[in-house]
Design a protein around this ligand. Structure first.
Ligand code: TMP
Length: 201
């Protein structure tokens, strides 16, 4: 089983992932915890490039998309597919849906560019995607409290509202895969919502 976790900044993905991890381990399942962009040493180096703030040169939106997919290809082939082949449960902090939300909806890139990359480089989609949804202001104040903001976290409110809208589009398009969790609730409440969905599945 492949599960991804999505949402805008500061919505509590990491806390939920840790709890779902513990939940599956209690059931005696082997779990691989991973993230995007990143998840392998090479992909983590690409992540550093993507998140670094560079005042001398603005990263083009196309470059951003292609770097996301370079990292994703490495991650998918080196980590996700081998783990799934061994019967492990893969929990990934973000996957392809983030590229629709951030690069297509957030940056305004043509959806055909994304479709081309998905068709050619992504052979496997998550069985379940949890979208942790909360108002942008709430998440941003949590993100700010964590310290220095990365290149994405420095974006404006309108950018994140478009990203949030992107997740809503995905949820409406694929309600059987992309589940919305109310992330304004406390961690216990968010975990409960996720476990209820997993139990139903
Ligand atoms: P994180 O904050 O969840 O660690 O993710 C790093 C940033 O990368 C986050 O701001 C969202 C962004 N991102 C994209 O823009 N597109 C993608 O495809 C992925 C996986 C992440």
């Amino acid at each position: 089983m492949f599960i991804s976790f999505e949402g805008t900044e500061g919505v509590g993905k990491s806390t939920l992932i840790q709890r779902i991890h513990a939940y599956f381990e209690q059931l005696g399942r082997e779990v691989v915890l991973t993230r995007e962009p990143g998840g392998t040493p090479l992909a983590e180096r690409i992540r550093d490039l993507l998140l670094a703030v560079n005042h001398d040169e603005r990263m083009c939106a196309d470059t951003e998309l292609l770097l996301m997919y370079a990292a994703r290809s490495q991650h998918l082939n080196q980590v996700i597919l081998p783990a799934l082949a061994q019967g492990k449960i893969v929990l990934s902090d973000r996957f392809c849906d983030a590229s629709f939300a951030y690069q297509v909806m957030g940056r305004g890139l043509d959806g055909d560019k994304l479709a081309l990359l998905n068709q050619n480089f992504v052979s496997c989609m998550p069985n379940v995607t949890f979208w942790l949804d909360a108002p942008i202001e709430l998440g941003m104040s949590r993100a700010r409290a964590r310290g220095e903001l990365d290149r994405f976290e420095q974006e404006k409110l309108e950018f994140f509202n478009r990203v949030r809208q992107g997740y809503q589009v995905l949820h409406e398009k694929e309600p059987q895969r992309v589940f919305r969790l109310d992330a304004t609730q406390a961690a216990d409440g968010v975990f409960e919502q996720a476990v209820n969905i997993l139990n139903k599945i």
